[in-house]
Design a protein around this ligand. Structure first.
Ligand SMILES: NC(=O)c1ccc[n+]([C@@H]2O[C@H](COP(=O)([O-])OP(=O)(O)OC[C@H]3O[C@@H](n4cnc5c(N)ncnc54)[C@H](OP(=O)(O)O)[C@@H]3O)[C@@H](O)[C@H]2O)c1
Length: 223
């Protein structure tokens, strides 16, 4: 699988790129500028060594080449970034980590913003009707992702309307050690998943941690 991380030069994108590269996937980090993308790819190699497959490209080129897309930009950049890759994203799974959040006093993004589309992921789907948008990676922090020596003690809650796309990305995400994918249903569930993120950020602040995440229990009982 080729995985294109669109806007992958920030903390979350870099963390996801690192984990997929570590899992042996072919990763392309996208950016508005090739130099910044290549610098990010070099950072991944600095963490994991030169043998991993990661390179930088402009967002559009990354989207054209990749089989699976990941969107990791702040909410104000969501629309312009998606429009810049619109044709290339058609028909492809797009894992959307966008948090509809803004910073409160003190600087942390702990305030949830209600969006007219219902959620950031539904907004992505409205902007890219031909992409297979899947809400994912909202509840796993960049700090968990970058702690490459250990497993991630978190579930990855996902939702989306295309069952085949979810079935395709699930084993890929689960290559990240410790991560279990929980399919929460259709894309209308995204607002619930996205609301957990500011809760986790607040819990991390109160507990002076950066690794707080979420696990769903009991789903195997009765099988
Ligand atoms: N950080 C976390 O732990 C975490 C956890 C869960 C979810 N998320 C969500 O993941 C997304 C990314 O988070 P982040 O912390 O990685 O964000 P970030 O570092 O602020 O930004 C990521 C990248 O987005 C691009 N970007 C920023 N502003 C832009 C603009 N105005 N127009 C176009 N592109 C712009 C930049 O890439 P280029 O300059 O290279 O184009 C930037 O490097 C957010 O929606 C966040 O809510 C983050």
């Amino acid at each position: 699988m080729k995985i294109g991380v669109i806007g992958g030069t920030g903390g979350q994108g870099l963390g996801i790129a690192v984990r997929f590269a570590q899992a042996g996937e072919d990763v392309i980090i996208g950016s508005r500028t090739v130099d910044k993308a290549q610098t990010a790819a070099d950072k991944v190699k600095a963490v994991l060594g030169d043998s991993v497959s990661v390179r930088g490209a402009e967002n559009l080129d990354a989207a054209k080449e990749a089989d699976i897309l990941v969107l990791t930009v702040p909410l104000p950049a969501q629309k312009s970034t998606l429009l810049s890759i619109k044709e290339a994203a058609a028909g492809k799974p797009l894992l959307d980590a966008t948090g509809p959040l803004e910073a409160t006093i003190g600087g942390s993004p702990t305030k949830y913003i209600s969006l007219p589309d219902g959620s950031a992921a539904q907004r992505s789907q409205a902007i890219l009707p031909d992409a297979k948008v899947i809400c994912a990676f909202n509840n796993i922090s960049e700090h968990c992702l970058m702690a490459v020596d250990g497993e991630i003690d978190c579930d990855c809650l996902i939702c989306g309307n295309d069952k085949e796309a979810k079935a395709l990305v699930t084993p890929v995400i689960e290559k990240i050690p410790g991560v279990r994918v929980i399919d929460c249903g259709g894309l209308e569930r995204a607002c619930i998943i996205e609301k957990i993120t500011p809760l986790l950020i607040g819990l991390n602040i109160r507990n002076k941690s950066q690794f707080g995440g979420i696990r769903i229990t009991g789903l195997d009982k009765g099988k």
